[in-house]
Design a protein around this ligand. Structure first.
Ligand code: SF4
Ligand code: MG
Length: 338
């Protein structure tokens, strides 16, 4: 069937005084209807810029789409839309949730009015009908006493409740795609789990597709069916949740998996991170972008950018020379396998 979204060789750069920052460098993926896709990577990997570009939210200038297409429902190329055409897509077709709800909520307006305004921007509805839907939406995101909450202001709510309100606003016009950029990062651990439960619940009830942007593979395991691992503006590896957790084929994915706190360990909070820093995206390396941090780097890696190697078919690919048939066999540093 037609995918909801098809991103083809997307390149996004920022023109700065010091030169061009190549933030997204040839990203391709597809998202099916009702699917939950996680995009994982460190800060600066291009995951947020990719998500924001789908909603055309990166500032132009300095950002611009250098190449590629983002095809929505098999017909509309998002990269070609004008700002006013895009205004109709945002909110109505796609909703977005950000890390910090406080910066996106209007402090001077009750939450009921903010949700109602969002609805009325796209649909001809009376204020009272829109407020009635606001109450339904607050119920959907698990808010207690929604009839009372609609009269409250953002500062009267906890961080977790504000994030629920943001999810309600994002869902107000029944979008087919919900993009959540680090939706739980600013919240403490117990609230994070509650918000992930809300997301899962909302996905099951509405059937919306979700793109979840996160640096945390633990969060991914909670919700996603498919995973894209990004590094230095490129897709390092992509596959099903099972592929990524049980048959990872890229050393960067191995590193990320080592950083996931083990539930069966008492050293839960000790995250081992991958030594080194990502490459300078003003001047990306000509070989593998991960080579300077990769314990398995070979000569070929320095000189030649690896292609996406298919692992048992096109649904699982890894951009690493270790997947070449003639590559040496290496021992993975982590135990995988269920
Ligand atoms: Fe490491 Fe080479 Fe694979 Fe890059 S291509 S991740 S340097 S082994
Ligand atoms: Mg980000």
């Amino acid at each position: 069937s037609t995918p909801l979204l098809e991103v083809n060789n997307l390149r996004v750069s920022f023109k700065m005084h010091a030169g061009e920052v190549q933030a997204v460098r040839g990203v391709s993926f597809r998202l099916d209807k009702g699917e939950v896709l996680a995009i994982v990577g460190e800060s600066g990997s291009g995951k947020s810029v990719t998500a924001q570009t789908i909603m055309r939210l990166t500032p132009t200038p300095p950002s611009y789409i250098k190449e590629g297409s983002i095809v929505y429902e098999g017909k509309t190329d998002i990269t070609k839309l004008s700002e006013s055409q895009m205004g109709k897509v945002r909110g109505a077709e796609m909703g977005m949730i950000f890390q910090d709800p406080m910066t996106s909520l209007n402090p001077t307006m009750t939450v009921g009015m903010q949700i109602a305004e969002g609805i009325r921007k796209h649909e001809k509805l009376s204020k009272s009908a829109a407020l009635a839907r606001a109450i339904e939406l607050l119920k959907l995101v698990g808010m207690s006493n929604p009839e009372g909450r609609i009269h409250q202001y953002p500062h009267e709510l906890s961080g977790g409740m504000r994030q629920r309100v943001m999810i309600a606003i994002a869902l107000a016009c029944h979008p087919k795609l919900l993009i959540a950029d680090e939706p739980t990062t600013a919240l403490d651990v117990t609230i994070q789990a509650q918000i992930m439960d809300v997301m899962r619940d909302v996905q099951e009830k509405t059937g919306t597709s979700i793109i979840l942007i996160t640096h945390d593979l633990g969060v991914v395991a909670e919700l996603a069916q498919r995973v894209i691992v990004m590094y230095a503006g490129q897709v390092a590896e992509q596959g099903s949740l099972h592929d990524i957790f049980y048959n990872p084929r890229h050393p960067y994915t191995w590193g990320l998996l080592q950083s996931v706190p083990r539930l069966d360990s008492d050293k839960k909070s000790e995250l081992s991170s991958i030594p080194g820093t990502p490459p300078d995206l003003y001047a990306p390396p000509k070989g593998c972008a991960f080579a300077p941090r990769c314990p398995y780097a070979m000569k070929v890696c320095m000189d030649n950018d690896p292609p996406q190697f298919e692992i048992d078919g096109p649904a699982h690919t890894a951009k690493c020379w270790l997947n070449h048939p003639d590559a040496p066999k290496v021992d993975r540093p982590i135990e995988t396998g269920g």
